[in-house]
Design a binder for this molecule. Structure first.
Ligand code: PBG
Length: 322
């Protein structure tokens, strides 16, 4: 019934009514906090590109995990910066590397916090690509055993879930098979399924020291202009055994999140990436917006689009507001 009978403003009139009819909620168990771990002891070094984020040694990652958990946090995603790099990214599968060491430290201190590990070669290869290279080409099939070995190393250290972000074809299958063969059939895979070749990864590449030495990632990450292709990637990853699928970045790809949400009933994650975080921080620092309201709005928008889980550097800041 049109005006004057229908007046949508009636339900906006006071805070409790607004709360009663709010369609989307944001809770602590929706958030996954990505952190960067480095070798050593007692290291807690600010990352200039990501205000408020740190490079943490495994012991310090444990301390942070405990604080995060006490504040209500439920899950971390770990990225590693190794001591040394090589052509095949083999330091990524070293059980003494920063990620497996941090997984053990965190699980010892806070067993009920979910520890998810990012699986990729770019932090561990001398050339900074997410797979093995032959000249200027990034090889697909030859990269798969190396990714699977890294996932196995993380799972053996006690990771609750492994998350391949490399975008090689067939990597979910390679990881699933190796985990199953090694008696780790119960460790789930969260696939970065629709991962776009995005300019919004800028601050992360400084934080993770993973900028490619030549070329770019457009030969393996998705073209930002494509939406239908995201559904293909999701279907393939699910067929290969992915337990959770992901869209990344999140904010500029809300339509893709929505589309994937309508396409599958499987759990869907979205990654609010480093550039999205940095934009909010810098805009707030310049006085252009209210940080708290803008942060909440950016996350609720991602949930409203259809994500079940959000990877976000905002996690510890927003927890107390939820
Ligand atoms: C590496 C990886 C990247 C991110 C997550 N895993 C960077 C890239 O693909 O270049 C980006 C995360 C962020 O920007 O916050 N495979």
């Amino acid at each position: 019934m049109p005006f004057p009978v229908d007046r949508p403003r009636r339900l906006r009139d006071n805070p409790v009514l607004r709360e009663l009819v709010r369609e989307t909620s944001l809770g602590a168990s929706d958030l996954i906090y990505p952190i960067f771990v480095v070798p050593g002891h007692r290291v807690r070094r600010p990352i200039p590109a990501l205000p408020g984020q740190f490079h943490l040694s495994p012991d310090e990652a444990g301390v942070l995990a405990l604080e995060f958990s006490r504040a209500g946090g439920r899950a971390l995603m770990l990225f590693g910066l190794p001591d040394s790099k090589d052509e095949t990214g083999s330091p990524g599968a070293d059980p003494k590397g920063p990620v497996p060491t941090a997984v053990r430290a965190i699980k010892d201190l806070v067993p009920d916090l979910a520890v998810i590990t990012d699986v990729c070669l770019c932090e561990y290869t001398s050339h900074g690509h997410c797979g093995l290279v032959d000249g200027q080409r990034v090889l697909n099939d030859a990269s798969l055993p190396h990714l699977a070995a890294q996932a196995l190393c993380h799972a053996r250290a006690g990771a609750d879930m492994v998350a391949p972000s490399d975008m090689m074809d067939g990597r979910v299958q390679a990881i699933r098979r190796l985990l199953d063969d090694e008696g780790l059939a119960s460790v789930p895979v969260m696939a970065y399924s629709a991962k776009y070749a995005s300019a919004f990864y800028g601050p992360f590449r400084q934080a993770a020291d993973s900028t490619p030495a030549f070329g770019d990632r457009r030969g393996y990450q998705m073209d930002p202009a494509n939406r239908r292709e995201a559904l293909l990637e999701v279907d393939l990853d699910l067929a290969e055994g992915a337990d959770v699928v992901m869209v990344k970045p999140a904010g500029p790809y809300l339509d893709v999140i929505r589309e994937v949400r309508l396409h599958t009933g499987r759990p869907l994650a979205a990654y609010q990436v480093s550039g999205e975080f940095a934009m909010l921080k810098h805009a707030a620092a310049a006085g252009a917006l209210d940080f708290r309201r803008a942060a909440w709005e950016s996350l609720v928008g991602i949930k409203r689009a259809g994500a079940d889980l959000i990877l976000t550097y905002l996690a510890p800041e927003v927890l107390p507001w939820l």
